[in-house]
Design a protein around this ligand. Structure first.
Ligand SMILES: Nc1ncnc2c1ncn2[C@@H]1O[C@H](COP(=O)(O)OP(=O)(O)OP(=O)(O)O)[C@@H](O)[C@H]1O
Ligand SMILES: [Mg+2]
Length: 345
């Protein structure tokens, strides 16, 4: 079965073709980062309008890349939610219209299920069950995964998502959006041990997260450096040291909670997914933790950690193979708990 995947939940238009027998055939992405950069974040209306212009040319691109014709496509998978409603509407309307015109089924995919299953696009096999850490711009969740659609939420952020905290701290340090990769680069020039930031909510039991206090702690440290500087601006070294301490605190916090989740569930596989899972310090810290726990760590290649069409084509394909598809109505779901998903098997 060849599935066309369409991702338009936020500021990336991602299109891909996935074949249930041959694997990923092609994928293409347009990122709107340059368009939103001046605003320091995503402007929903601009995002929706841009998706409209990108989807069809990108579909032609993936067909060309894979050297197949549109008649060979068996089904369409699009992101139904969660996400920005206008942006979701674009992918849903175009996806369903194409499916209707071509006389093939369509399926609406949960964006976070897409992220969660993205490591399955890699060669190293991942078998159920496992613990998943979803760390993206909008989510920080620990989930017990017993199968596709069989999700139990173990813990989540009570305030900011990890990626959101990276983005906000980046703005404090004068770095461009999205902040995660920029902080990681700057942290590499930071001096270890100059600052030690708190590891929020690790001093009590439980698997929930909170990043807003850490953000305030970072802001106060920036202010202190500003006061101490002769020109009332933090020095480049101050900024690098702050980036390092912030990244270390997030990585240590996520690692402590992942260890707890593995111990609590008795599982021996940890999957990390979402944009922050591309972070190299996080991967290194989790690798050494799972080794001590006798467990393994799996993740997707960097371009499939952030939003992409391949993960939507893959997740949609699994649901279509299980006989699921949707009716003619277009119903984007901006807020959609993963636990409400229908199990596949
Ligand atoms: N190397 C990195 N280190 C830390 N954070 C990163 C890195 N690369 C990307 N990020 C962060 O990942 C986030 C983007 O990831 P993703 O595209 O999965 O999120 P999203 O789609 O905006 O949110 P959601 O999937 O929850 O709707 C941004 O917050 C970005 O700063
Ligand atoms: Mg995402």
């Amino acid at each position: 079965m060849i599935v066309l995947g369409i991702e338009t939940s936020c500021d990336e238009t991602g299109i891909a073709l996935y074949d249930s027998e041959k694997g990923l055939l092609s994928d293409a992405l347009f990122s709107q980062i340059d368009m939103h950069i001046d605003y320091g974040g995503v402007v929903p209306e601009l995002a929706s309008r841009d998706h409209i212009q990108r989807v069809l040319p990108l579909i032609n691109e993936v067909l060309e890349q894979a050297d197949i014709s549109k008649e060979q496509i068996d089904a369409v998978a699009y992101t139904r939610g969660p996400g920005l409603v206008g942006a979701l509407m674009v992918g849903a309307c175009i996806g369903k219209a194409l499916a209707w015109a071509w006389g093939i089924p369509s399926v609406g995919v949960h964006h976070m299920e897409g992220h969660l299953l993205a490591p399955m696009l890699e060669e190293t096999p991942v078998a159920f069950p496992f613990v998943a850490l979803l760390v993206s711009g909008g989510h920080t969740q620990l989930v017990q995964v017993d199968g596709i659609g069989r999700y139990t939420l173990l813990g989540e952020s009570v305030d900011d998502a990890a990626g959101e905290a990276f983005d906000k701290v980046a703005a404090m340090l004068g770095l461009d959006y999205p902040g995660g990769p920029a902080i990681a680069r700057l942290a590499g020039q930071g001096v270890e041990g100059r600052f030690r930031f708190p590891r929020p909510m690790t001093d009590r039991p439980g698997l929930d997260f909170s990043f807003s206090g850490l953000k305030t702690y970072t802001l106060n440290t920036v202010a202190k450096c500003r006061e101490e500087a002769s020109d009332k601006e933090p020095t480049d070294q101050d900024r690098a040291d702050i980036a390092r301490a912030f990244e270390e605190a997030v990585v240590a916090t996520l690692t402590i909670k992942c260890r707890r989740a593995l111990q609590q569930t008795g599982m021996k596989q940890l999957i990390i997914a979402g944009g922050v899972s591309a972070n190299q310090s996080l991967r290194a810290s989790l690798e050494s933790m799972v080794e001590k726990e006798g467990a393994v760590l799996r993740y997707a290649r960097p371009q499939f950690c952030t939003d992409n069409g391949a993960m939507i084509a893959y997740a949609g394909c699994q649901r279509l193979l299980a006989g699921q598809s949707d009716g003619p109505e277009v119903v984007p779901v901006p807020r959609w708990p993963m636990e409400e998903l229908e199990p596949v098997s």
